[in-house]
Design a protein around this ligand. Structure first.
Ligand code: NVA
Length: 307
């Protein structure tokens, strides 16, 4: 059966470790593995703004020996001019894999159900699993291993990054804490699933409204924009709600002395993260951005082998 990567828990804990090991190997020797030689075409579609995702998929697919085909979602009129299912049936006849950044997780699921080829989530409103592979790869590089580490995610945990951290961190056997205001925890069903996974892996998942409790002795502090794509009309209200959760030098002082900082970018200095933290010595954000390429190559190769 065709495998997809629509959400973080589409991989088992062992498979996540396998993909991360493959990503590390691909980083060591970026041109060694050519599973998409032919070249196999990978269709990429971006319905929301993108920089890192488009750039890293394009370069990564080239390094795998494949061909990256940009499909303009607006020209195609996906879901308007023709249904997601029909688009999937057509693209599945032209491309070996499909990468899609879009709004609704249900649309991505429909693409996967009808394409007949592996589909990769390049961000939806609900999950950002490729980013999490890059985040975990980055953390493993700097900490040696992941199981048992404590991660604190501050701010808007109700977004795709919050949901994905709950699932992917649990899969890796980490202790994931969310420091988020009332009403901005990860999705309730996602939390239930993440806690089930954590039972299996020896990790844990918790939510607290107190940023200092979340950050205390943590090995990694993570944040994301307070205004995710699609939430622009709520900007002012969100800044007011999330201000106490900013990732500042002071908050970093509560974390482990060797704590590192992750941010998926784009970052808003002076809002969710202080410039001194983002641009400071604990920040791994540029490695994290680079690792998108290696991690995504690994998941494309993993799915292609199992198609
Ligand atoms: N939560 C952010 C992630 C950006 C990569 C958003 O959806 O806009």
């Amino acid at each position: 059966m065709t495998r997809h990567f629509l959400r973080d828990d589409d991989l088992t804990p062992a498979e996540q470790a396998e993909v991360l090991a493959l990503a590390a190997a691909m980083k060591q020797d970026p041109f060694a593995a050519k599973p998409l030689a032919g070249p196999v075409t990978v269709a990429t579609i971006y319905d929301k703004p993108t920089l890192r995702t488009q750039a890293s998929f394009s370069s990564g697919i080239a390094e795998l020996g494949g061909h990256s085909m940009l499909v303009d979602g607006r020209l195609a009129g996906i879901g308007e001019r023709e249904s997601v299912a029909d688009v999937a049936r057509v693209l599945g006849r032209q491309a070996g894999e499909i990468v899609w950044r879009t709004f609704a997780q249900a649309d991505l699921e429909a693409m996967a159900a009808h394409s007949g080829v592996p589909v990769v989530n390049a961000l939806t409103d609900e999950f950002h699993p490729c980013q999490l592979l890059a985040d975990l790869q980055t953390l493993a590089e700097h900490k040696g291993s992941l199981a048992g580490l404590t991660a604190a995610f501050l701010g808007d945990a109700a977004c795709n990054m919050g949901n994905s951290w709950a699932l992917a961190g649990a899969l890796a056997g980490m202790h994931v804490r969310f420091g988020a205001p009332e009403g901005y925890a990860p999705d309730a069903d996602v939390l239930v699933r993440a806690k089930e996974i954590a039972e299996e892996t020896g990790g844990s998942v918790s939510v607290t409204p107190d940023p200092v409790t979340a950050a205390a002795d943590a090995d990694v502090l993570i944040t994301d924009t307070w205004v995710s794509m699609g939430k622009e009309s709520e900007k002012e209200a969100r800044i007011a709600v999330f201000s106490p959760y900013a990732l500042t030098t002071e908050l970093l002082g509560h974390a482990d002395p060797d704590a590192v900082v992750l941010h998926c970018l784009p970052a808003y200095r002076g809002k969710e993260i202080e410039a001194e933290v983002l641009d400071g010595p604990r920040s791994l954000v540029w490695d994290e951005a680079e690792n998108r390429r290696h991690a995504q190559k690994a998941i494309l190769a993993f799915l292609w082998e199992r198609r």
